[in-house]
Design a protein around this ligand. Structure first.
Ligand code: KG4
Ligand code: ZN
Length: 340
């Protein structure tokens, strides 16, 4: 079997609650990208139910893959695709297994190589896809529902984690606070919208570890929101949301900015679902402008989970490491590979 026979890769992503497939050319041009969100399915539970997520991936995956191939004009995948790239971790075990098993089946049927992709590396490649002009070294703030990581990136595959959350991820804090305030589901975007009508100075929430290294902690902030609402039962949820959001973004941007200066990075790049947050985008842009460095902000659709980023990371991994074995397992707690 020869690999990378063509320039087109199919990417598959099922690590959490989005069933996604995409066709990407040379890891750089998105030819098609289909994302089937399970938001409606999980909404009434106020959070992702892993068992339901796995079942929904199973029902949707073949349709999503067919749609991605069709809209890319790929009618003979066995001849037209160079590989199938798939997320093998981190994520929910039952969800990962669906995408991974599906990708293995397609790889065998079409006789094209399989490439396992680290979901976190996928988020890093999302920025690269849209900004091929990125220059190294870069500091990337990867903020999602499961992760909050500040990474020094010296090029594809060359990562050094500077700091990460000691407890809740930033997106998790958004989701929990939104749920507590009854703002709706999914919590992050709902809180973002509610905050637009609130006063960010109404409450002075804690900024944990603000001037202390690059690690983060958000669980105390969440507790502080609960205490504040208990003490001020009449407080407007918009004011609480805006004050919470201001505290989270202050911490994220202060640390990211310090890391950019210390690393001597050309700029700051945002990645992951929380990178779609309106205040974070504004604050990061303003901080970079003041510091005279570049701000790389992927489009909101590229910040949240999608398969184009998986195909882009897969293209690079295939060239760097070759195909993955068909025995590749799902790894729910997979970490970002660190440069030695
Ligand atoms: O990257 P992602 O789609 O999935 C994971 O890999 O976790 O990130 C999802 C997270 C959720 O916690 C969601 O609430 C958050 O990103 N999120 C936001 C916004 N849009 C998505 N958080 C704050 N503001 C937003 N606009
Ligand atoms: Zn993600």
């Amino acid at each position: 079997m020869t690999w990378a026979a063509t320039d087109l890769l199919l990417g598959i992503e099922t690590s959490c609650d989005e069933t996604a497939a995409a066709v990407v050319e040379r890891g750089a041009v998105v030819v098609s990208s289909v994302v089937s969100s399970q938001v409606a399915l999980h909404a009434r539970y106020g959070g992702v139910v892993p068992e339901l997520a796995g079942r929904a991936h199973l029902e949707r995956l073949t349709g999503v893959v067919s749609e991605a191939l069709e809209s890319a004009g790929v009618s003979e995948p066995a001849h037209e695709l160079g590989a199938v790239a798939v997320t093998y971790g981190p994520g929910l075990m039952g969800s990962l297994l669906v995408g991974l098993s599906g990708a293995k089946g397609l790889s065998m049927a079409w006789e094209v190589p399989l490439v396992g992709v680290n979901h976190l590396e996928g988020h890093l490649f999302a920025a690269l896809l849209e900004r091929p002009d990125l220059r190294w070294p870069l500091v990337v703030l990867l903020v999602s529902g499961g992760h909050t990581i500040l990474v020094r990136v010296d090029g594809p595959g060359r990562y050094r984690v500077l700091g990460q959350t000691l407890d809740d991820a930033a997106g998790e804090a958004y989701d929990k606070v939104a749920r507590y305030l009854g703002l709706g589901y999914p919590g992050g975007p709902a809180l973002d919208r509610a905050a637009a009508d609130g006063d960010p100075n109404a409450f002075d929430f804690p900024r944990a570890l603000l001037s202390d290294g690059y690690d983060f902690s958000f669980s105390g902030l969440k507790t502080s929101v609960v205490r504040t609402v208990e003490r001020h039962p009449g407080a407007s949820s918009q004011d609480v949301a805006a004050s919470f959001q201001r505290a989270v973004v202050d911490v994220l941007v202060t640390k990211a900015r310090r890391a950019v200066a210390e690393v001597g990075a050309t700029g700051l790049c945002l990645a992951g679902g929380v990178a779609a947050n309106s205040l974070l985008r504004r604050a990061a842009t303003e901080a970079c402008r003041q510091d005279g460095v570049a701000a790389y902000l992927p489009s909101p659709a590229m910040c949240t989970d999608n398969a184009a980023m998986v195909a882009a990371a897969g293209w690079w991994r295939l060239a760097a490491d070759g195909p993955s074995p068909l025995s590749l397992g799902a790894v729910p707690n997979l970490a970002l590979p660190q440069a030695r």
